[in-house]
Design a protein around this ligand. Structure first.
Ligand SMILES: [Zn+2]
Length: 470
């Protein structure tokens, strides 16, 4: 946000404070929500629900068809709109921008992997969810996975404690190793989790035996019984998405798509169970959870769902078997969203975002990829702070953090790159909770710490023996 605009917003906020007849006190007090030390029950909690790759072009027809009751509620009773993404459109970069409120030039996370120290080839690390396909193949040529220690700017889980608030984070990308926070982090363990048969990275999950996947460390024991592996998914669960009996008749490429899909469903189901468990037992002011499966399904199954979009050359039988995976995944995610809608207290606000949308793509020699990122993602606010039935205009990924901070009554740093989405907020709420700005958060450099390269070289073998990779 340009500095002048920010200044105007600041003045406006000051004016609103005066108009509303409230002192500075309410805005500046380090308020606590549920479970925090403060008495700021008035503040309410924020639930940040992240869906990688969700796109209104898939959601809207399903809402019209009565298949997504939770999204219908968001559209009818919340504020919704398109959320414009950033480049590079690699999910680790984008979700880090959501969490930090700054772009990749500032936070330093650009893709799934970075050149290893001393690699010095001058080669560019693959960036996008498709571009990283060669990551595993080139790993031996001096690339290594990104970790939270490489992030150069504070994320919301670093910022909130400074104002007496707690954050809980589940499955967010680039959160391993889990940093010490007020609250908890269940990280997404990304390094080394590649599908070695296809050379594609798989979505991160919890992996037994890897240190610092949770903060506090002992939290791993509490969530251990909730983990789901691909082999744990029963036939009835899979039948929601495709017919497992007919899947045997698919081509090798179709079966590969299904393999990646089962992995991501198991990851999402793992974080779903962990998320609900922690949300109910360990209250925090900002609870953030990430689900990656819509992105995986959209990359792999677009051509089966929309065979007419491009000249994909999809066989009728494959389209019949795999054509409903994307729609059914949105139905599954809608159910997860509904679980949080049910648990929302009147003073709480739910914020739903995706990091980008999807479009059809035809890539020569890459038949297993038929959907690719487009910049138009989604945003929805629902609950106390949300403006009912409103369409949000001109929202950017960088606006998510300032908006959430404003809802929580946390001052917005002048060096964040986005702005508070005032038009998404209920006018009465906005009047009673004027935005406060600060010059910066003075948190210093993030702590850093454990690197993937510090890990036992046998970790790959361990992953294989546990059935995580082939
Ligand atoms: Zn993707």
């Amino acid at each position: 946000m340009p500095r002048l605009t920010r200044l105007v917003a600041c003045l406006l906020a000051t004016a609103l404070t005066a108009c509303s007849g409230r002192g500075e006190g309410e805005a500046t007090r380090p308020a606590g929500g549920h479970g925090s030390a403060g008495s700021g029950k008035d503040r309410g909690r924020v639930i940040l629900f992240g869906i990688d790759g969700a796109d209104w072009s898939v959601i809207d027809p399903l809402v019209d068809g009565g298949r997504l009751p939770a999204f219908r509620k968001l559209k009818e009773e919340g504020a919704t709109g398109v959320l414009m993404s950033l480049e590079p459109s690699a999910s680790p970069a984008l979700w880090t921008s959501v969490a930090t409120g700054v772009g990749p030039d500032r936070h330093g996370i650009r893709g799934f992997v970075v050149p290893a120290p001393g690699a010095g080839t001058g080669g560019r690390a693959p960036a996008g969810d498709e571009g990283e396909e060669g990551a595993a193949a080139t790993a031996k040529q001096g690339l290594r996975p990104v970790t939270s220690a490489m992030r150069r700017t504070p994320a919301f889980w670093n910022i909130l404690p400074r104002f007496g608030l707690k954050a809980g984070v589940v499955g967010w990308l680039v959160t391993w190793p889990a940093e010490p926070v007020e609250g908890f982090i269940v990280s997404s363990y990304l390094p080394y989790i590649y599908n070695w048969s296809t050379g594609r990275p798989l979505k991160g999950t919890i992996v037994k035996g890897i240190p610092r996947q949770t903060y506090p460390e002992e939290l791993i024991d509490e969530i251990d019984p909730l983990m789901v592996k691909p082999a744990d998914l029963d036939e009835a669960t899979l039948r929601r998405f495709y017919d497992p009996a007919r899947a045997a008749r698919l081509s090798r490429e179709g079966r590969e798509c299904i393999e990646g899909f089962r992995w991501s469903l198991a990851c999402d189901e793992t974080y779903r169970r962990i998320g609900l468990h922690l949300f109910e037992r360990h209250p925090v002011d900002l609870f953030a959870i990430y689900f990656g499966g819509v992105d995986v399904a959209s990359h792999r199954f677009w051509k089966f769902a929309y065979p007419e979009a491009l000249r994909y050359g999809v066989g009728a039988e494959e389209a019949a078997i795999l054509g409903r995976v994307i729609d059914e995944y949105y139905v599954y995610i809608d159910g997860l969203l509904g679980e949080y809608l049910e648990r929302l207290a009147p003073e709480d606000t739910l914020v739903v975002v995706s990091d980008h949308g999807f479009r059809p793509v035809l890539l020569p020699g890459r038949p297993a990829t038929s959907g690719h990122h487009r910049p138009e993602g989604i945003i929805a606010l629902y609950g106390r702070a949300a403006r009912r039935g409103h369409t949000i205009a001109h929202a950017s990924l960088l606006d998510v953090l300032p908006t959430i901070l404003a809802i929580l009554g946390v001052p917005v740093s002048m060096d964040l790159e986005g702005r508070v989405l005032q038009d998404a907020l209920d006018p009465r709420f906005a009047l009673r909770h004027p935005v406060e700005f600060v010059e910066g958060y003075d948190l210093g450099e993030p702590a850093g710490g454990l690197e993937a390269s510090d890990l036992d070289a046998n970790v790959l073998e361990r992953l294989r023996s546990l059935g995580y990779i082939n």
